[in-house]
Design a protein around this ligand. Structure first.
Ligand SMILES: NC(=O)c1ccc[n+]([C@@H]2O[C@H](COP(=O)([O-])OP(=O)(O)OC[C@H]3O[C@@H](n4cnc5c(N)ncnc54)[C@H](OP(=O)(O)O)[C@@H]3O)[C@@H](O)[C@H]2O)c1
Length: 238
């Protein structure tokens, strides 16, 4: 059987890179995409298997149809991109930053899913990566929660509208990736310890664990319109 071709937008580091490594181990052909060419190509070189890389800015909505046309036929799309715009206390959070968060994540996910359709296998899938801020009620995450809840809302609607293509979403809890590099090394440790203490499993997550959740949704042909929350239980509060 021919290898499944999976495109991971946001595959140059963090959760996307871990997903690329995991899917390559499972025999997929993988194309990773991201904006920074040097980091993207370094990521591709660190991986073993049938790997390709394409520089792409998913927030450049007008350029996406051409970018996906250049990639060609695909079986699965994983959208693992997104930054930290939109965080902050509701009363004072910068509305321009919220708008940027929607542009950089929600709109980018929406537009990539739309742009891939002409080349996406009808037996294939789309997997969005949202965030547990959409399910947990954590002060300071109203913007992030709205940005990520909008993405999670797409999965059931598109699962019906694009059938038989399967459309799912993974909602990660706190995971140590470069996403957190806005914190200094000294700030990261106590921040992660604080999150671990509030997480029922007693620790923060690993990129590999989110990759496994994504791979499950790609591989299970009877799961569609689902959001798989992979957060160690932090959404439950304690
Ligand atoms: N880490 C966590 O604790 C956590 C928790 C919940 C949800 N999430 C979500 O999970 C997803 C992945 O998170 P992560 O921690 O792996 O983030 P990360 O370490 O910051 O990696 C983000 C990836 O997305 C790419 N990217 C960002 N903006 C892009 C754009 N406009 N076009 C194309 N590629 C873009 C980055 O490469 P370039 O910068 O080179 O483009 C990089 O490959 C994000 O949506 C994040 O919100 C993360």
């Amino acid at each position: 059987m021919a290898s499944q071709h999976t495109i991971i937008v946001g595959g140059s580091f963090g959760i996307g890179l871990a997903t690329a490594a995991h899917l390559l181990q499972k025999g997929h052909r993988v194309t990773i995409a991201g904006r920074d060419a040097a980091k993207l190509h370094a990521a591709a070189e660190s991986l073993d298997g049938d790997i390709a890389a394409i520089v792409m800015d998913a927030a450049d909505l007008a350029g996406l149809p051409t970018a996906f046309q250049a990639i060609g036929p695909l079986d699965h799309l994983v959208l693992a991109l997104g930054g930290g715009n939109g965080a902050g206390p509701f009363a004072t959070v910068d509305l321009a930053d919220i708008r940027k968060g929607f542009e950089q994540k929600t709109m980018a996910h929406f537009a990539c899913a739309q742009a891939c359709l002409p080349n996406l296998s009808k037996q294939g899938s789309i997997t969005f990566v949202s965030a547990v801020s959409a399910q947990a009620a954590m002060p300071g995450t109203a913007g992030l929660g709205a940005i990520n809840a909008a993405i999670a809302a797409l999965a059931p609607i598109l699962a019906v509208e694009l059938k038989p293509i399967r459309v799912n979403c993974v909602s990660p809890g706190v995971v140590d990736t470069p996403w957190w590099d806005f914190l200094s090394a000294d700030q990261k440790e106590p921040t992660f310890e604080g999150f671990a203490a509030r997480t029922p499993v007693g620790r923060i997550g690993r990129s590999r664990e989110i990759a496994e959740a994504i791979a499950f949704l790609i591989g299970n042909g009877f799961t569609s319109g689902h959001t798989l929350i992979c957060d160690g239980g932090i959404r439950l509060g304690q």
